[in-house]
Design a protein around this ligand. Sequence first.
Ligand code: DOR
Ligand code: ZN
Length: 438
Amino acid sequence: METVDLRLENAKIPYRGSLVSGGVAIADGKLVAIRKGPLLPNADVKIDLRGMLLLPGVIDAHVHFRDPGLTWKEDFASGSMAAAAGGVTTVCDMPNCIPRTNSLKRFTEKVEIAGKKSYVDFALHAALPKTKEEGIKLMKTGAASFGEVFTYSEGDAAIRNFLDLGLTISVHAEDPRVLERFKSNGNGIEEFIRSRPREAEISEISRLLPLAENAHIHICHVTTSESVDLIRRGKKQKNKVTCEVTPHHLLLSLTHLRRLGPYAHVLPPLRSPADGSDLLRALRDGTIDIVSSDHAPHTAEEKEKGQANLFEAPPGVVGVETSLPLMLTLVRKGKLSLFRLIEAMCTSPAKIFGLRNESGVPKGTLEIGGDADLVVVDQKKKWKLKGKELHGKTKFTPFEGREVIGMPTMTFVRGKKVFEEGEIVGKRGYGKFIPRSS
Ligand code: DOR
Ligand code: ZN
């Protein structure tokens, strides 16, 4: 039998719908065997995973790596190191950097920047461009979607102009009209909470759903019980709508905002524990399609400005590195099945944003001929999340001190080990651009 490059053996792998002892073999960065039991092709390098879990690498469809233009907060090197350390093998980066990624030229420049710095594979969302012609060019060059569109700052006329192009539109759903009604001149946390009501999200989703009769609308980070009810109904009526949830909206609430102030300040804001439970239920039943981190780094100095007046702090929390352990903990506690986690964090993000390798095999699955994007997880390991141990530029997290069960111990991108036992072992610039291909 032929000798392959690498063999990962003695693992627990998801295989035809159940978790079995087995392993995979890799040649030229691709999976060439996925087997139950010990029988695998001979390999130059063999790694005994001693019963650890071997999963497809996570695809985080919503990160803000701030490159170019805001690189004191994060850049493609630091952000992708955090990704690798969190078991994330492909990220989809958002266009609200400086300049905004809203033209073919800027998109191509960003592919080049990320291509020189990234440790993991990457796709790019594009901001809505000025003209439809430019939109078509962005589509042809492989933009993952138009978005994240902030209708509260960009207006929504823009969306309507691009609906018929056929590319997914990802929307941050807070209705500008509602926000205008609740606008505040105050500065405290309570005043902030009042100024950012759940009605803004609910109203925006109600306005978006009819658009999804013809175009694919992806709703970023849903946060309320009513939002998932609306989307559930929309899906029953065969609307082309998908949506995501972040671990922070699932697991944190206003209590954290009140306690941590600017350090738990995100948009849309954290809600109630009851919303969190309903979001989890919706994630379980598939109403919520995927988990994304909305990794949105800001410096401590920038966050500190919000101590006196929350309105002065930039919104956003980091998450690309902590998503997988947080979600694995829900699996461990019996609140989510491992297979649903794999679908929501690996398979579905690739499907929704059309991410495939050059032979057309989808990312995010264990499939022969697919890229060997993999994460090894020590599923029993109990540990605490600590900001100072994170690999990105931000050294704080709203999950500080939280106990999690399940630790990513090795990450492989196209068969190359990029992370092992707390250390980045990959190469800057190894990551490849993954154009949307369907
Ligand atoms: O909290 C947020 N921060 N929400 C967003 O939608 C954008 C993000 C950012 O870019 O900082
Ligand atoms: Zn975002």
